[in-house]
Structures are given as structure tokens and as C-alpha cells.
Design a protein. Sequence first.
Lengths: 111, 115
Amino acid sequence: TQLLEQSPQFLSIQEGENLTVYCNSSSVFSSLQWYRQEPGEGPVLLVTVVTGGEVKKLKRLTFQFGDARKDSSLHITAAQPGDTGLYLCAGAKGRDDKIIFGKGTRLHILP
Amino acid sequence: DTAVSQTPKYLVTQMGNDKSIKCEQNLGHDTMYWYKQDSKKFLKIMFSYNNKELIINETVPNRFSPKSPDKAHLNLHINSLELGDSAVYFCASSQGFGSRYNEQFFGPGTRLTVL
């Protein structure tokens, strides 16, 4: 059973367009993180959200944690080719706050 | 200065061999992890150590044995390598564990290919 479902799996759009990717679960998480991974490298943390309903902005990226702390979204405004990469969400749950990763959204921004 | 480093970057070996991957972090973090990322890019935790003590041990064949000589190092030894072990293995560290301390800092990965 995949605890964290990410959608879409793949997304290819033109530079300048807006997009939203989703991370959904039926489980409650104590926190949720978003990472970006580029080919041949390890994932790099973008943001952590902890409070239900929390919104965080990182330049053109807006992250939101669902009110019930079961889901999250990442919205990118005016996408740039440099935004290309694999976006992974990861939730912490359980007594030891184990990190569980979603399968990722592969984003490709066309110039 | 590299925060989390792994060696080797690439490892190509025959089935049945034994190999080790090394990881070091210079962030002063207490917790270190090993992850496996398969060909479909699914990242799955294998082990976690906090201050040299094993705290997470997922359902991983016992051919995989982690070792943490000190809190800055976490090595992974794999015995009797199988074709299905081919993957990218990532080491990561975090300040601690618990939702406010578990932001992961990843190494560059070790691409293991078993022939």
C-alpha cells in the first residue's frame, strides 16, 4: 500500500505556464516535506510544513498543507526550465516519525 | 565543503560478491539513513541510526548490514549481491528524528549495478 500518492506522475508544460502537483494520503502526518531531485543527484529539501492549513512560499513556488494534515499541494507560477526535475513529497508519521516518500512527479518545463 | 558524502559514486560488480558503501556527514547531525531508489525513482527507507543506535530497520534482507562507527559515519555492507540489488543507494542525515528535526540532507548517491 502506497501511503502517499502523488499526481500527476508526469507533467510536461511550456515555460511561463502555471501548474499544481498534489500529494495525497488517507493518513495524518505530523509534518510534510517537499524535495526536488535532479538527474544524478540526491533530493534537496525545498520546504517543510507542519501546521494544518499552513502555506509557505519559496519565490514562485507555493506549498500548502491540508487542514487535516493528510495532503499537500505545490503550485508553481510562471514555470521556468530550471524548475525541471522530480518533485517528491515525504510525510513523517508514527511514534518514531519515520519519513515516507511518495513516488514523485516528474516535471519537464519546455523552453 | 560537502555536507553528506558517499563513496563510491558508481559500483559495478558480479552477482554473489560482497561490497560496501561508505557515508560521512559533516553537519553535526545525530541521525543518519540509508535509502534505496529503484529504477522507477521510488525512494524507500532501509535503515536509520540515531547517535550510532539503530532506530529504523525496514524489511530489508539480512544480507544488508549497516554499521555506524560514530554519529558522523554510516556504512552499508551488502553480502551475496543479487541482480535485484541494482539501484541507487542514498545516504542522508538529519538533525535528529521527530517532525521538527527530520529534514533530510542527502548525499549524491551510489549507483550499484549487479551483473
